[in-house]
Design a protein around this ligand. Sequence first.
Ligand code: 5AD
Ligand code: FES
Length: 347
Amino acid sequence: MNEAKKRIDEIRQKRDISIKTLDFLLSTEDEEVITYLRDSAREAADKIYGKQVFIRGLIEFTNYCKNDCKYCGIRRSNSRADRYRLTEEEILSCCENGYGLGFRTFVLQGGEDMYFTDEKICHLLKSIKEKYPDCALTLSIGEKNKESYQAYFDAGADRYLLRHETADEMHYNRLHPPELSFKNRIRCLYDLKEIGYQTGCGFMVGSPGQTTESIYKDLQFIRQFLPHMAGIGPFIPQKDTPFGKEPAGSLKMTLRLLSIIRLIHPHVLLPATTALGTIHPKGRELGILAGANVVMPNLSPVLVRKKYALYDNKICTGDEAAECRQCMEKRMEAVGYHIVTARGDYI
Ligand code: 5AD
Ligand code: FES
């Protein structure tokens, strides 16, 4: 045990982890070690962010996508996906609702939908910023060229989420069709950071073909890139995709990785994701206790919620934004944390 604790302390001090320690921490069944890892991570987060949990309002504004990622329910070849797009008015009304509920960050997420040209996206960003100048705007609309990213930034986007999905090129190619490349994904992330976005990367836990080596590469990528945010959630199969019969990623593995990421990058904004809440009824609370410090309830209109089905059995698809907001407040209080309505920038 002392040996194990020493190894965990070392991750924190060096902000690095060896593949041997990673393998050990992902496979150990020693409850004392698991608890020590979790508490060290939570302590590291508390030191910087205290008992605060930041809240972001997620607006899933289109489920059209030109890509064909093998894990994703809104991939273009899923003919069973019921497609929708929100109008600018509908998106603004989500913001209005969210603003009233105390949200000061809006995350605009969608598939790579060519209908939303740069011009439309910029118009949308400007309209939201004009009405809510005190709010942060996060975009999550996939891979674009640098000029487009710059245009969105100039139009008012503050942050950008683009999970790298896996930092192992072979694994990347197993998860994606040939027209998508790992190199371009990483190029996008560096462009975003260079432009001045608060940038988020991230990966799924337990995606088909993931190994300890690939996770090790993910952690090394995070150490190198030092993202402002990292989105980490379990892979969950979606029945109409090529990975529809693959097993989901596990709760315990996701929690341990959240803790390890908190230790190697203490300042990172780390959400307890909806996917984590989907694989376990207390997944998000456990995520916070493992070192996460962000939650992202859904602000999309209830009528379209079910349609943004990246994976099966997604939670909160029948709840109004106000219900999710209340529910989240209670869940966080129950584990000793409270939601803050500040913009919640990276410290
Ligand atoms: N299970 C879990 N997460 C998924 N995502 C896409 N499909 C799935 C799935 N089946 C994640 C990807 C993407 C983010 C928006 O959602 O990591 O970047
Ligand atoms: Fe669109 Fe996966 S198919 S992001």
